[in-house]
Design a protein around this ligand. Structure first.
Ligand code: NDP
Ligand code: X15
Length: 335
């Protein structure tokens, strides 16, 4: 069977990782990536063997900088079965007409609105909803992290109410433009933050409210969760449930911070030191007066990457069973 042809439009933090994760799969391949300028990321993409495409009026700029551009973004889209749009939030929306015109399937990221795709995706929670669809949005890093813990709890015990505070990294490690560098910023001040409504775009019946702040750190996000459930369960029940989820890692062994989790990712030899799983502190999992409390850390640069691979598989119906796709993706990535 021929491989599904995938194009990456926007080769930044998320795009470069999706490209590498797709390359690790045996049922899909990267036919090209798009960059708007010939910076170091474009050179690395070229050195890795990816065909580099660019905006129609910049093909010559790319060539004169030393990157033999394969053509325009339109040319790339024409070759693809699925485009994974990883352009900055708000830009992807403008590309929808291009994808419709070319009759190509497209995946957007969490920086775009739910309405753009009409289907917000998390592999564990609603894989089946994306089967055969033309347009899907993989929810943001924080929303992905929330769905991964809320969905199994809801399946097992029925979730009555979720209250979550998100302490967000303010910028990615390579981002020299954003901050704060010496402040804690309620973001947004007007509540709730987008994360609660976003969870409902994947699992509509969940009662959830979220608040969020930005902190002067680049490594990871950290969530404090408080969940009420319909059925009784113990601390040990929840730990056991989390431990068997395919994209949750229980954290202990003296790890007391996001910095040490990032060091663990590097020590494990993960590409770029990525941590694709939710990292739940085992000792934080606590049932108190019938309510669940715990901390989890989310690696914003990488947790949505396996979800993008599963979304491609669902949309192209390479695999109808979500659990099988998750297992296949995880195995190929070494997760
Ligand atoms: N970073 C994160 O923590 C996460 C981000 N997301 C979401 O993923 C999406 C992408 O974010 P992220 O990877 O961080 O963004 P980045 O800014 O790191 O990367 C976006 C890339 O898109 C390229 N680009 C800009 N304009 C265009 C264009 N018109 N056509 C093609 N490429 C373009 C830029 O490359 P160039 O140099 O070529 O201009 C840039 O490298 C957003 O929706 C974001 O909300 C989701 C989860 C986590
Ligand atoms: O999807 C993310 O976060 P979010 O779930 O808080 O929107 C990424 O970390 C990007 O967030 P940003 O829009 O603060 O760069």
């Amino acid at each position: 069977m021929s491989k599904v042809k995938v194009a990456i439009n926007g080769y930044g933090t998320i795009g470069k990782r999706v490209a590498d994760a797709v390359t690790m799969q045996d049922d899909m391949e990267i036919i090209g990536i798009a960059k708007t300028r010939p910076n170091y990321e474009a050179f690395v993409a070229h050195d890795k063997g990816y065909n580099v495409y660019t905006l129609a009026d910049r093909v010559d700029d790319m060539k004169s900088a030393g990157i033999p551009a394969a053509g325009s973004i339109d040319d790339m889209i024409a070759e693809a079965d699925v485009v994974v749009d990883c352009t900055p939030g708000g830009i992807g929306e403008k590309n929808k007409a291009l994808y419709e015109k070319a009759g190509v399937k497209a995946i957007w990221q969490g920086g775009e609105k739910h309405e753009l795709a009409g289907c917000s995706f998390n592999a564990e929670a609603n894989y089946e909803e994306a089967l055969g669809r033309d347009f899907v949005r993989v929810v943001s890093c924080n929303t992905t992290g929330l769905c991964r813990v809320i969905y199994p709890l809801d399946q097992e015990y029925g979730v009555k109410k979720v209250r979550v505070t998100l302490m967000r990294r303010s910028a990615d490690p390579n981002d020299v433009k954003n901050g704060p560098i010496n402040a804690i910023v309620p973001n947004p001040i007007k509540l709730p933050s987008h994360h609660g409504p976003d969870v409902k775009s994947v699992i509509p019946h969940i009662n959830i409210a979220s608040t969020a702040v930005k902190l002067p750190t680049t490594l990871m996000h950290l969530h404090t969760l408080n969940i009420e459930m319909e059925k009784d369960c113990s601390t040990e029940d929840v730990k056991a449930l989390f431990a068997k989820q395919p994209r949750i890692r229980m954290i202990g062994q003296g790890i007391g911070s996001t910095a040490e989790i990032m060091e663990l990712g590097k020590d494990m030899g993960r590409p770029r030191g990525d941590m694709w799983e939710n990292c739940v502190w085992e000792d934080s999992v606590t049932m108190y007066e019938g309510e669940l409390y715990f901390f989890q850390a989310i690696h914003q640069e990488s947790d949505v990457i396996p979800e993008n691979v599963d979304a491609i598989r669902a949309m192209t119906e390479l695999e109808k069973d979500g659990a099988k796709s998750i297992a296949k993706t995880n195995k190929a990535m070494g997760l």
